[in-house]
Design a binder for this molecule. Sequence first.
Ligand SMILES: Nc1ncnc2c1ncn2[C@@H]1O[C@H](COP(=O)(O)OP(=O)(O)OP(=O)(O)O)[C@@H](O)[C@H]1O
Ligand SMILES: [Mg+2]
Length: 582
Amino acid sequence: MAELTAAGPGARRPAASRILRVAGPLVEVANTGRIAMNDLLLLGPAQVPAEVVALTTSRVTAQAYEYTGGLAPGQPCRPLGHPVTARLSPALLGGVYDGLLRPLATAGDRLAPGTATGPAPGPRWRFTPAVATGAQAGEGTAIGEVCTEGGQRTRVLVPPGRGGEVGHVADPGDQAEDAVLAVVGGTEIRAVTDWPVRRPRPVRERVPARHPLTTGQRVIDLLFPVARGSTVAVPGGFGTGKTVLLQQIAKWCDADVIVYVGCGERGNEMAEVIADFAELPDPRTGGRLADRTVIIANTSNMPMMAREASIHTGATVAEYFRDTGRDVVVIADSTSRWAEALREFASRTGELPAEEGYPAGLASALAAFYERAGAVRTLGAGPGSVTVLGAVSPPGGDLAEPVTAHTERCVRGRWALDRDLAYARHYPALSWSQSFSRDADVLTADPAGRDTTGRRAAVAGLLAEADRLADLVDLVGAGALPPPERVSVLAGRLVREGLLQQSALSANDAHCTPAKTAALADAVLAVVARCRSLVASGTPPEDVERADFTPLLRAREDAGPDDTAPVHAARDTVLTALGGPR
Ligand SMILES: Nc1ncnc2c1ncn2[C@@H]1O[C@H](COP(=O)(O)OP(=O)(O)OP(=O)(O)O)[C@@H](O)[C@H]1O
Ligand SMILES: [Mg+2]
């Protein structure tokens, strides 16, 4: 496979070696010299890829990324002299890959593991040059762009650390995948480039993350917004809706590229995502959603070992598209399954276990992943960002367990999914009391410039007040509360059912534009305000409670995703039914 055999940056070319010992996924080979930590080896006649995890002057221990059945002492080993490397290409968009970025075949609802044989025929694309011979081009400068079959345009950049005078530029028009598109300072530049997955790609500088990423999920965009370039953990017990929520975001958020890393999750779920994305149109471009998506699948039926690499591979692909000037979102589902792979690695290599059997390096491994997020000025000086959203599946819903606890320290936001809300079929089951967003303070306006702080504070206030009263209501019943507090209980219900709940299964409600979110929030706030003033001026609270709020509660499903007029109409119907204050 081209990805694995291509010499990465700084290749050393060590001599061929032999297998000495095979113990499950751990394989020992003779050290022929010039082999280094994290280097990639190809083992046996089947060329099973493996990564060096320990070495002495005579022996090298490697962790195989695939099933080691059939490998035996004496068989050949080919050290590649470079670490695990991803072959980055504009053609990645729309594809499905394994943890080492090898294309996967889908068969029905199953995904077949990637194999190391048979190079796929390279794509051709249309090249448009942007520089002329004799010009100066520094690192990160676009020498032109290629347009792939899906119609996506991707800039071709001078790689990090290179630059100089442009000696040659290819003619505009169709070019093969591996064609030299320019020669800059003596370096041949192709649209396809290799990068070691564990090394973050350099940027000119990091800039503060200040622009909102609209996810299309009201509870997030309104109460716990995320900035482009930020990081969010999504912890939630078994079946609380992590996968559905992250898939909704992958489908509807306003990023340019989505890298969806399915890490140790069920194969049929991944196959569903792939089928869905192939069919759904992208609301922003009119093309297919798949054309802005890169799927990296390392499902529970695939070898555990490539799972560890898959998260770094995902981050590397995201950084590559960021460097071409895009806003990228990386979704990792689930980082807990990834941490389990770390634990298995550690126990096999005899590392001393720390908390709950995880290696002592768990916290720094998580931090290394989340640190690859950020809003940046790229080497070419343009803006770009990588936002990282990671699901966490704490066993038994225990938020104090190591993966959840260490993740907390690396992220700027938490969307905690609550089991009680999920049981009550309140979806997304995002807990407003357990979630937070450190980006909320800087995200004071939505992309259309509408102020969001006032609405956010008003809605959060209503929810907090209703929560405060909930225990009392359970104890004495709502009827025993003073009239203003009865309105607060009612307000909590209207916010939850009319605004925060969002059905992933309804065409109108599955995603929501900032305009509709604002309209729904304002409608609920207006109705609550009217209820308050009615009660304040003497209307019995039971009369207010008996009013028909159905139009308001149904507005989210009755109005299209970007439709505000039916929301205003529903608000007016309810206000008219309530009547004015006496
Ligand atoms: N937004 C939603 N709208 C409608 N139904 C939902 C929504 N979110 C979750 N569900 C329901 O909850 C079920 C479980 O959700 P999901 O598979 O996303 O949970 P999970 O947290 O990823 O579970 P696991 O811990 O097993 O990975 C879904 O099959 C679906 O029926
Ligand atoms: Mg899941």
